[in-house]
Design a binder for this molecule. Structure first.
Ligand code: TYD
Length: 214
């Protein structure tokens, strides 16, 4: 894939009940020039893989390795056709979920040890130099998230409390390695505070990289 870009690749991560959807809507208004996208999906082919992952009748029975590979297949197409072209044009890309979700959900919560071994290699081949510049982690403790959950959602959302605890721990573990590139936002705060902090973190990043941006 092409060489590293001059745009800014910002990812929003957080479990079910973190208020991520509302925050993303607010960011869309704050940064109207941004390309707002999501994973799994975000491109026509990626969205087809998304339905296999989330709505196929057998989706909840497939194991972590199957899911990890499908999420990375969708990610590859999304990067190639949406994210990289936008970054090359110097744009701000705001993406709902990315690789931290794969580590938290597919490797850790789905308890796939072989996935943990494969992950660095798979990630390197698929993502290469197109790592996010900034991860915003809307962190909400598993007990608090449970209270906020509205029901419905996908087959991951419907899993037991232990699964969601592993998601949280998986995020912690992933972001430990990404220190310096992650801003942890306490999602138990009132929504306006969460939005304020998310907006501030993006503005600070854009400010710090000004001059490198187109
Ligand atoms: P979505 O409806 O977008 O959920 P949310 O509103 O919580 O973001 O569903 C995406 C689901 O896919 C979510 O439960 C997390 C899961 N997921 C993975 O398991 N691995 C991944 O790599 C990604 C990107 C998402």
């Amino acid at each position: 894939m092409a060489a590293r870009s001059r745009g800014a690749f910002v990812v929003l991560e957080g479990g079910d009940g973190s208020g991520k959807t509302s925050v993303l809507e607010a960011l869309r208004r704050q940064f109207p020039e941004a390309v707002v996208t999501r994973e799994p999906g975000g491109s026509p082919y990626g969205e087809a893989i998304r339905s296999v992952l989330l709505t196929h009748p057998q989706a909840s029975e497939a194991d972590g390795m199957t899911h990890l590979l499908l999420h990375y297949a969708a990610r590859r197409d999304h990067l190639r056709t949406v994210v990289i072209p936008a970054l090359v044009q110097g744009k701000l890309v705001l993406c709902d979920r990315f690789a931290a979700s794969s580590w938290a959900y597919n490797v850790r919560a789905q308890e796939c040890d072989a996935c943990a071994e494969l992950f660095p290699t798979l990630h390197q081949y698929v993502v290469g130099s197109w790592e996010p510049d900034l991860y915003l982690w809307l962190a909400v403790a598993p007990e608090e998230a449970r209270k906020r959950r509205t029901g419905g959602g996908n087959h991951y959302d419907a899993r037991d409390a232990a699964f969601h605890t592993r998601v949280y721990e998986g995020y912690e573990e992933f972001f430990e390695r990404y220190r310096g590139k992650v801003v942890r936002i306490d999602a138990a705060q009132p929504l306006f505070r969460v939005i304020e902090q998310a907006t501030g973190a993006i503005q600070a990043h854009l400010h710090a990289t000004q001059g490198r941006m187109v």
